[in-house]
Design a protein around this ligand. Structure first.
Ligand code: FAD
Length: 384
């Protein structure tokens, strides 16, 4: 059992996929952990396509009934251009994000983490190591040895120089879930027919019992409301027209990395650190990987002979910024920023080219990504 020198627990703010993963690994390593979320029910309001690398499935201990499909086919469509990418083995896993978040929170609680549901964290005082939050109609304050912020792009940590800045570009996405069983949960469709000056893509992810149709817009430009774009697409396709809508959800997507991800007593992970693929808007892999790195840094940083919060912050920042994930996201920023510059100059930078380049490179990169994520030691091996 890891015991922190100051006897205070670790706080994790946000029980989305990043926060729940960090809390799970900390609790497994014996670190007293408190997990805050403003939602009462885990995953209740999670907005996500529910598509991530298949290699993460075992790592996240996903039971089979949580998986809607193993995806081995991508279809990329623009007008008359139709590209089909078939993979020799399923490269992605297709699932319901709300149930996934609930699963990871359950793992964390089973490992001993204390969950504070319906609690909104309001302030962090890094000098006194305290958090202030509201819940059940009153205001509370407690001290923590370290706080891991997993509260998304508008993190409370931003007031103290961690995470994203006001200048970080934001994308956005919105989807509807339609009552239609397509029996092809191994496939995903991407339609790149959005106007050239308002780029992004429409996705169709068939799930078990329903089909998700969404739109992701990858820059700040606000042209047409996303809802309208989804509805136009649904109206045009006879498979989806007139189907009952089960769920409507949307959210912001940061498309720029945080400059500073840690300081003594605090760290940002997942979307709070801007760890999102700027081309696809995908962030689950990076949320999970950064959560594991933060948990490991806390376990090691508070080990014998280490300087607690200072060591943990330094280890997390160093480890994340040396990781393949950071390198990969920075590399993607190069073509993406070029693309955005062209767009600002009023040129048509052809989103299809960027997307295809990415989709064709992806299968070659995935084994590398898998090797690296598999090699990373589990936090539970540490300090117990
Ligand atoms: C519509 C949409 C579709 C997407 N589809 C995909 C996809 O298919 N695949 C993929 O890889 N990525 C996808 N992404 C991106 C992915 O969802 C995010 O990268 C991922 O959810 C980041 O996880 P997180 O835990 O950092 O943040 P979140 O999942 O946003 O979790 C943040 C949590 O913090 C809580 N919180 C916020 N503020 C406070 C506070 N002050 N106090 C207490 N709690 C707080 C919130 O309630 C929430 O539970 C999508 C994003 C959107 C918007």
């Amino acid at each position: 059992m890891t015991t922190h020198a100051d006897g205070k627990p670790v706080a994790v703010v946000g029980a989305g996929c990043a926060g729940a993963t960090a809390a799970w690994h900390l609790a497994r390593a014996g670190v007293p952990t408190q997990l805050f979320d403003l939602q009462e029910i885990p995953g209740e309001r999670a907005a996500c396509g529910g598509m991530m690398l298949n290699s993460l499935r075992r790592r996240m201990e996903m039971p089979d009934d949580l998986v809607d499909g193993e995806v081995d086919r991508l279809r990329i469509i623009q007008g008359r251009d139709r590209h089909r990418l078939d993979f020799r083995r399923p490269i992605f896993v297709n699932f319901d994000r709300s149930r996934f978040d609930a699963h990871v929170v359950a793992l964390a609680e089973a490992a001993g983490c204390v969950r504070l549901a319906g609690c909104r964290v309001r302030e962090w005082d890094p000098e006194r190591s305290t958090l202030t939050w509201t819940g059940e109609g009153s205001r509370h304050e407690s001290a923590f040895s370290t706080v891991i912020f997993a509260d998304g792009p508008r993190s409370v940590a931003r007031n103290h120089g961690l995470g994203l800045s006001d200048r970080t570009p934001m994308g956005s996405a919105f989807y509807r879930e339609l009552e239609i069983e397509e029996d092809r949960a191994n496939e995903t469709d991407f339609y790149l027919d959005l106007p050239a000056d308002d780029p992004g893509y429409i996705w169709v992810f068939p799930k078990r019992g329903f089909t998700q149709v969404g739109v992701g817009r990858l820059n700040d430009v606000t042209k047409r409301p996303l809802r309208e774009m989804v509805d136009d697409f649904i109206e045009r396709d006879p498979r989806y027209r007139g189907r009952k809508v089960l769920v409507n959800r949307g959210g912001a997507i940061p498309v720029g990395l945080a400059r500073r991800v840690a300081r003594p007593g605090g760290m940002v992970i997942g979307d709070a650190a801007g760890l999102v693929n700027p081309i696809t808007g995908g962030g689950l892999l990076y949320a999970i990987a950064s959560a594991e790195m933060a948990a490991l840094a806390v376990v090691r940083g508070f080990g014998r002979g280490r300087r607690g919060p200072e060591s943990a912050a330094r280890m997390y920042s160093g480890r994340l910024k040396r990781s393949v994930h950071w390198w990969w996201l920075r590399s993607l920023a190069v073509p993406f920023n070029h693309f955005c510059r062209q767009l600002r100059k009023g040129r048509n930078p052809h989103f299809l080219v960027l997307f295809m380049l990415y989709a064709k490179v992806l299968p070659h990169l995935t084994p590398a990504a898998r090797t690296i994520t598999d090699r990373m030691p589990a936090t539970s091996d540490e300090g117990s």
